[in-house]
Design a protein around this ligand. Sequence first.
Ligand SMILES: NC(=O)c1ccc[n+]([C@@H]2O[C@H](COP(=O)([O-])OP(=O)(O)OC[C@H]3O[C@@H](n4cnc5c(N)ncnc54)[C@H](OP(=O)(O)O)[C@@H]3O)[C@@H](O)[C@H]2O)c1
Length: 334
Amino acid sequence: MSDSVACFEATHGTAPKCAGKDFVNPGSKLLAVEFMPSVAICSTFVTCACGPDGLMRSRPPVQGPGRFNTHRRQAMIQTEMFDLTGKVALLTGASKGMGKAMATGLAEHGAKVMISSRKLDQCEAAAREINDRCGAERAFAMACNAGYKEQLQELVNATKEKLGTIDIVVGNAGINPFYGSMMKIPDDAYDKIMSTNVKSNLWLAQMVIPDMIAKGKGSIMFTSSVGAHGASTTLGAYAISKVAVIGLARNLAAEFGPQGVRVNAICPGLIRTDFAEALWNNPEAEKRAATQIPLRRLGEADDFKGIAVFLGSDASRYITGQALTVCGGSHMRA
Ligand SMILES: NC(=O)c1ccc[n+]([C@@H]2O[C@H](COP(=O)([O-])OP(=O)(O)OC[C@H]3O[C@@H](n4cnc5c(N)ncnc54)[C@H](OP(=O)(O)O)[C@@H]3O)[C@@H](O)[C@H]2O)c1
């Protein structure tokens, strides 16, 4: 085959997967394609590995067959453990911030992702951005307020219909409509926090776990917070909800581990997203980060790509019922 794209499509069997814009080194043509996942040789005699995101990356020049095989094996080992090709992921609260970053990471590693939040236009924009990045149609959008059971059920149904049964769930939607003393929180604010932050994740689990049990496999992750590790005099109900999220993950993990379903919680530290802007957008927060956080910076949404791919993939196959803290070292607990 003379056309490089056609060659690579033949290797992977699907056109979108590897038709990304960085497909080959600029100016080079594929001379040969090994019928192994992710490996090709181009005319600059550089071995190129196609990442799970479908983008080509240069490897050191090939000196001989031995070296080539080593590189090929390495490429395969690296991609297989985190490979999400063929997986379907559903995310709540994913039009921006950490949810969007997690969706991006999952899609870059081959998963098809259903992005949801309350605002459809923002979900669609996020999906477009991810698809442009992957060079393939991997992200899809749907509006869903996670605090309403019937909207979640519609989201699950639509995802299954469009993409197939769900392998990975990221329950990331979270709100905090009240700041102040526990003595003053209105009942409706408390109920809304608990519905959106906790009950929505129970509903989601109830909706997807039967299919996961049928497959003997599935990974669910809920976004908790380092707020769950302590107490707060101003964000009390939010902190309580995030403790409950960890409890939910543990109980589901215990009940459905025997059927292959893993459930974990992620506890972010202070992350520079819109949600927490009041907490980080001030000189004191920057100063504290620069002097007290071991990694010497506040968190960014993109810091959550890795944990989502890790928990969604076989790389974490023996991890369930855990709360994993992603905080630059700001919160260390035994
Ligand atoms: N940022 C931090 O420092 C921090 C720390 C610890 C934990 N967290 C947790 O991290 C999660 C994500 O927050 P983020 O910091 O990435 O915030 P963000 O950038 O503001 O994004 C929040 C996302 O959630 C969506 N959302 C809000 N309410 C929703 C609802 N009722 N139903 C469905 N989607 C909803 C938003 O889109 P729409 O407006 O379109 O709905 C948006 O996509 C939350 O659970 C939060 O509690 C954040």
